[in-house]
Design a protein around this ligand. Sequence first.
Ligand code: ZN
Ligand code: ZN
Length: 356
Amino acid sequence: MIDRCNRLVALATEKEIDAIIVTSPINYQYFSGFTGSNAILLITKERRILYTDFRYTIQANIQTKGEFEVVEVSRLIGMDMIRDELKRIGARRVGFEDATITVRRFKTFETLEVTLVPFYNEMTEIRMYKSPYEIEQIIAAQNAADAAFKQLLGIIKPGMREVEVAVELEYLMKKNGADDKSFDTIVGSGENGALCHAVPGQRRLTYGDLVVLDFGARINGYCSDMTRTIAIGEPCDKLKEIYKIVLDAHFMALDALKPGITGGELDAIARDHIAAHGYGDCFGHSLGHGFGLEVHESPAAAKGNETILRPGMTITVEPGIYIEGLGGVRIEDCCIVTEDGYIDPVTAPKHLIIIE
Ligand code: ZN
Ligand code: ZN
């Protein structure tokens, strides 16, 4: 965590910022290791302080491994101690998380008598580059999801309700080593597959359905994210056609994935292929997103995005086609960009699996 804090201080110094206040649970976890629900970090050149309340002081000392001074404060973390410390070091400009802070907390920050400088993007920038440790956790999470999917294929059958499929997947991910799911599992069967973020319901899997399964595991805070679309019995020609187009678009994007390409260029490869087959209007979301402590992080593989993908960044490749009243197809792998290409930890097959 010291490395991460040092990078933050270096970026702050470039902008003549004397101290950084970290307030969102994801960011204070990233910079300190602390996973409790109430904390503020104050990071300066000379000190790293974690303010939390009585419930979390022991946990904070364990999780920050002595890299932060843990200071006990009341549950509503007041600004007095932070103000005193900023005064002591003569801080004039202070970076804060402009994208996540509440209006109420911002009002308390205004009592600090310093110039508040938006600094959320810089934190995001640092988090984009995953360390070998983080990549290990992502791969372990994906392994749990893959194992769950393979076992699900022996269980899933016509007549099962979508919610049953979702709960099996989540149970199997945990049985295979996950701490938790990384987001609410999506199961969209038949016409529900056209809803990109279908909430699993009471619909029963029926012959002729395609079923979109989008799910992920979480290990040590890190998320995996994959989608497979399977068939219950032989699907109609139209569904087979869109499956083939999405699969080809997925492979074309993976073929192009390497450092140097922009998020927009990667998106366009899949999007142009789908549009060339007449389904451009049926692919309304972006090709992919970064992932890590959060399932959706920077960078984005989206129309016009100019972020250059670099080694250590994560990106999903998830083209889809959705037809109202008929169904949908999405195929997603979660990848990590390397020096000469990418690591794809997803091992589940991609040909259309037909469950009889
Ligand atoms: Zn997904
Ligand atoms: Zn995704």
